[in-house]
Design a protein around this ligand. Structure first.
Ligand code: 5RP
Length: 260
């Protein structure tokens, strides 16, 4: 199966596999959204099936919930879980301090709530997601549909004095209609090119009426696991200041997902 994967999918696959190995029996696990997080869910489903791993998964999107149930993970709500032992999710960008841009898949609101409820947040990514400064990826901002054009104007005004390079804002669309998040909101994508002060911008955006949440995850991530297409994985721990390397053997994972 892995032989058919593109290099980028192999990188996501191994990062997700390494992260799945960190999950222990009895844990309440936040399950992220996106293509990398989908690999994680499949790896965890594999451990549930083969090792009898017992976990409770909390979804960050309807998509993730569907896949998790499909692979045999017991899915509960965040209200039922209360707090989580670990959350494993993807990201659109991460920097040297492990600050992130998330929300490319439109699930940033639930993803941030779930991350904030977790003792440990682990981000899984391919190496292309690492940046010196956040902002090349358009920053998603979730806004309520009521008066979203006014909210956009207010954000445009805010950006005039913000430490950013670009200021263009687009409404995310889906099949010719405004994209609707799982919480019934819209997404404005802020094309900023470079974000000088992520914490300041995040706080300013969240003070604005109409803004529900933004895709800057500042001081939320504990570890990043970077996958490479040759099977190498690098784990960076921001709290311990450590970096470790590992090699995932694709041969051991042959036919792993033959049933998917
Ligand atoms: C969804 C997200 C995703 O984690 C992010 O978009 C990365 O996705 P992928 O793993 O497909 O590259 O934030 O809202």
């Amino acid at each position: 199966m892995t032989g058919e994967l593109s290099p980028i999918d192999k990188a996501k696959f191994v990062a997700a596999k390494r992260a799945a190995e960190m999950v222990e029996d009895g844990m309440r696990v936040g399950l992220g959204t996106g293509s990398t997080a989908a690999w994680l869910v499949r790896h965890l489903g594999d451990r549930v099936r083969d090792e009898g791993l017992r976990i409770k998964g909390v979804r960050t999107s309807a998509r993730t919930a569907q896949l998790a149930k499909q692979v045999g993970i017991d899915v509960i709500s965040l209200n039922e879980a209360g707090t989580l032992n670990i959350t494993i999710d993807g990201a659109d960008e991460f920097d040297g301090k492990l600050n992130l841009i998330k929300g490319g898949g439109g699930a940033l609101l639930r993803e941030k709530i779930v991350a904030a409820a977790s003792e440990e947040v682990v981000i899984i990514a391919d190496a292309a997601k690492e940046v010196g400064t956040l902002g090349a990826f358009p920053l998603p901002v979730e806004v309520v549909p009521f008066g979203w054009t006014t909210t956009q104007m207010l954000i445009e005004e805010l950006l005039v004095s913000a430490d950013v390079m670009g200021r263009r804002i687009t409404l995310r669309m889906n099949n010719g209609k405004p994209f609707v998040t799982d919480e019934g909101n819209h997404i404005l994508d802020l094309h900023l090119s470079r974000i000088g002060n992520a914490r300041q911008l995040s706080m300013a955006l969240n003070q604005m009426p109409g803004v529900v949440e933004n895709g800057l995850f500042v001081d939320l991530c504990d570890k990043v696991i970077i996958g490479y297409s040759d099977g190498r994985v690098e784990t960076r721990d921001i709290n311990e200041g450590t970096v470790s390397e590992d090699l995932i053997d694709f041969a051991e994972t042959e036919n792993l997902f033959s049933d998917i």
